[in-house]
Design a protein around this ligand. Structure first.
Ligand code: NAD
Length: 271
């Protein structure tokens, strides 16, 4: 169903890797709602080629950019404005990667070069992206910038490893940069804190199956899917949420305010 919420709006969508990616679903929904956009991902992710399919389906162009490179980001923002024919109304930062998780290092014995790399990709890239958009004055007034995050920023999920710290940093950047973007450019900046979702990044977390099943049982509405996240993001990109900014918004079926649920209690209480 389309509400034409993004008719005439232009944007940049980071992080569509394959059809499971939250960014992929979001791109499909933005297209349905009448928005136009440039797709971007790290050059290495683009080589796998799947994004071309999405680009074709949504009539979009793809511009490679390593989100840790200021040069790449500057090129991305300039080219996007050229291609789309004006300033940018919405940006989705949907990027995350922990090298320590990938290499199997425990939280208590990290390789700090990996820690630094993962932090740069997962958190600082958001600051870099906003810095380029801000300094090039590339956003329209009442534009909207969203980054995706996870509740391990607030609470302990042992296997989330150093991504927990990266997400805490990411959420802080949203508030700190959001202040300047709001005051100086009338642009809102928020993070959406999403339920565990079966994607490439999600499944990288050790014990993911248990993790997602537990969250499902704890949440009164069940886990939010990638499609749910896409729909929430559309609402945040639309003109219906103009003064929502500096927020960390939970899209998690209620999980974040639960202590325990009947379904989880049932697994501990005998007959
Ligand atoms: N899947 C979950 O359980 C879950 C839950 C909450 C939040 N999130 C967040 O949602 C976002 C999207 O992840 P996803 O679950 O759709 O997984 P995904 O693996 O499909 O997406 C992650 C993306 O990050 C990109 N990326 C990695 N390094 C990059 C770099 N240097 N430059 C540019 N892009 C780079 C990857 O190519 C990929 O497209 C991430 O921020 C993730 O942490 C995911």
């Amino acid at each position: 169903m389309s509400y034409n919420l993004l008719k005439g709006k232009r944007g940049i969508i980071f992080g569509a890797l394959d059809a499971n990616s939250i960014a992929w679903k979001t791109a499909e929904r933005v297209h349905e709602e009448g928005g136009t956009f440039v797709l971007t991902n790290a050059p290495i992710a683009l080589r796998m080629g799947e994004i071309k399919e999405l680009a074709k389906k949504t009539g979009s162009e793809v511009i490679p950019a390593d989100a840790t490179s200021m040069e790449d980001l500057e090129n991305l923002v300039e080219k996007s404005m050229e291609i789309l024919g004006g300033k940018i109304d919405f940006v989705l930062h949907s990027i995350g990667m922990s090298v320590n998780v990938r290499k199997g290092n425990h939280y208590t014995s990290q390789n700090y070069d990996y820690t630094h790399k993962g932090w740069d990709i997962s958190a600082v890239s958001f600051h870099k992206t906003m810095s380029v958009l801000y300094n090039k004055d590339a956003m329209t007034e009442w534009g909207s910038i969203i980054a995706l995050t996870y509740m391990a920023a607030q609470r302990v999920f042992p296997d989330y490893n150093d991504m927990a710290d990266n997400k805490a940093y990411l959420e802080s950047i949203a508030r700190s940069f959001g202040y300047f973007f709001g005051k100086d450019k009338k642009v809102r900046v928020n993070t959406i804190s999403q339920s565990p979702t079966p994607t490439t990044a999600g499944q990288g977390v050790k014990g993911f199956d248990g993790f997602i099943a537990y969250a499902e049982k704890m949440s009164p509405l069940g886990n939010a899917t990638a499609e749910d996240c896409a729909n929430y993001t559309i609402a945040m990109f639309s003109d219906l949420t103009k003064r929502v900014t500096l927020q960390n918004l939970y899209n998690d079926g209620g999980f974040s305010n639960m202590g325990v649920s009947d379904a989880v209690m049932d697994t501990f209480v005998g007959e």
